[in-house]
Design a protein around this ligand. Structure first.
Ligand SMILES: [Mg+2]
Length: 202
């Protein structure tokens, strides 16, 4: 079974330190639990362009190199790597593609050709569900509310890592997982279903 894994906020943390950088630059102070959408410019009440400027600051501070992993992600990804066919799909900007590929290789031993950039977030070339279709990926682990619904509507099974910003997501193809432990449990269930005959509804 092929599985795609989003990187930011699924494997490595991003939002908390991003909010700190924004606050240190004089923008609105927002608590992590009050992040109601992953569209952070809405949360910070700033222009979208300013959000990318803050991201530049974030990169300059070296936060993309000095990562903090999401709880359970390292063990979880290693388990998936050993038992399934995994890809990483991210909308990170191409400017940090080398850092990102190095991170994935150094931490998980997964080669760079398995780390796919869906396009610069400023002007993406391809969206993530097109990429999944081309690669035959049926399951994706995500946190973004918009991306998750996009995948789900296109028939992908989404394992949604529970976050303050994705509370509104509800779809029959989305399974909310509290943590990486639950993600792995759900993957095994999906894998079981994957190899059996499809269920016939009465
Ligand atoms: Mg993410």
């Amino acid at each position: 079974m092929k599985i795609a894994i989003d990187i930011d906020e699924v494997v490595v943390k991003f939002v908390e330190r991003y909010l700190e950088v924004a606050k240190s630059r004089g923008y609105k102070s927002v608590l992590y639990e009050d992040v109601f959408t992953y569209n952070l410019w809405k949360v910070l009440e700033i222009e979208k362009k300013v959000m990318f400027d803050i991201m530049e600051e974030y990169n300059l501070m070296g936060y993309y190199k000095d990562v903090i992993f999401v709880e359970g992600a390292q063990k979880g990804v290693r388990f998936l790597r050993d038992n399934y066919d995994i890809y990483f799909i991210t909308s990170r900007p191409k400017s940090i593609s080398k850092v990102t590929r190095d991170l994935i290789f150094n931490e998980f031993g997964v080669l760079g050709d398995r780390v796919i950039f869906s396009g610069d977030v400023l002007g993406g070339a391809k969206n993530k569900d097109e990429i999944c279709r081309e690669l035959g990926i049926k399951v994706i682990i995500e946190d973004s509310e918009d991306e998750s619904l996009g995948y789900a509507k296109n028939g992908l099974r989404v394992l949604l890592l529970d976050k303050p910003w994705n509370q509104s997501v509800k779809h029959e193809n989305v399974c909310r997982c509290r943590d990486w432990g639950e993600i792995l449990e759900r993957v095994e269930v999906l894998d079981g279903h994957d190899s059996s005959e499809p269920e016939v509804k009465e």
